[in-house]
Design a protein around this ligand. Structure first.
Ligand SMILES: Cc1cc2nc3c(=O)[nH]c(=O)nc-3n(C[C@H](O)[C@H](O)[C@H](O)COP(=O)(O)OP(=O)(O)OC[C@H]3O[C@@H](n4cnc5c(N)ncnc54)[C@H](O)[C@@H]3O)c2cc1C
Length: 186
């Protein structure tokens, strides 16, 4: 049983995984390699003068793995509710997790499998998004969404920040108190 299953390893999902794994939460990321960030060249990501999209995504996954997150390279095909959380099904297997964070970019087809509410997107070319509240919660308790699929502005600094925000909310819920991740300069 994982604490958190994150679907999508773009900036939103990778960033969420860094936070959940670093907080000691057993984290699995599932990714189908269909992300749009792999086509980007970035000159507007705060703190980074320039970086290719593929390099940003690769580095994010390496950071998450460094803190113990596991990566499964597969397309998730369905999510079902269980007594203690969710089963996340992919091509040739499944994992169980207490919480699920959807970070699926432009893809929202998973909504149907578990009855998630969607609504029209407002950002250019984003047709449909998951209907989330300000914390990133969907209408199904325990399923959250972050990044492009949650309707935020389509920029890496924002999708990555949204992934971090939602992860902090999930960690806080698991811990029963607000969570902060601050390391201190020695
Ligand atoms: C050509 C181009 C240029 C761009 N240039 C810039 C720029 O200069 N500056 C900037 O800030 N932004 C730029 N962007 C936008 C930026 O890449 C995105 O806005 C943002 O980073 C998307 O992050 P995300 O994590 O929400 O989605 P993605 O990066 O799309 O990641 C979503 C991930 O979810 C996975 N996924 C989806 N469904 C499933 C499933 N069922 N099972 C498993 N995995 C799944 C996908 O495989 C993918 O890896 C550009 C985008 C494009 C296309």
């Amino acid at each position: 049983m994982y604490d958190v299953a994150i679907i999508g390893a773009g900036p939103a999902g990778g960033s969420a995984a860094i936070f959940t794994a670093k907080a000691g939460k057993k984290t699995v990321i599932l990714d189908s390699d269909q992300g749009v960030t792999k086509r980007a060249m970035l000159y507007n990501h705060y703190g980074v003068k320039e970086i290719t999209g593929p390099e940003l995504v690769k580095t994010g996954i390496e950071q998450a793995k460094h803190y113990g997150a596991e990566l499964i390279e597969a397309k998730v095909t369905g999510i079902t509710k269980t007594e203690n959380g969710f089963k996340v099904q992919y091509d040739n297997g499944e994992v169980e997790a207490k919480h699920v964070i959807l970070a699926t970019g432009f893809l929202t087809d998973l909504a149907e499998s578990i009855g998630l509410k969607t609504k029209p997107g407002t950002e250019p070319r984003v047709k449909t998004i998951f209907d989330v509240d300000a914390n990133g919660k969907t209408n199904v308790d325990g399923i959250w969404a972050a990044g492009t699929c949650a309707g935020v502005s389509v920029h890496t600094i924002i999708t990555a920040g949204d992934g971090a925000k939602v992860a902090i909310n999930v960690i806080s819920e698991l811990n029963g108190e607000r969570y902060v991740d601050h390391d201190v300069l020695k």
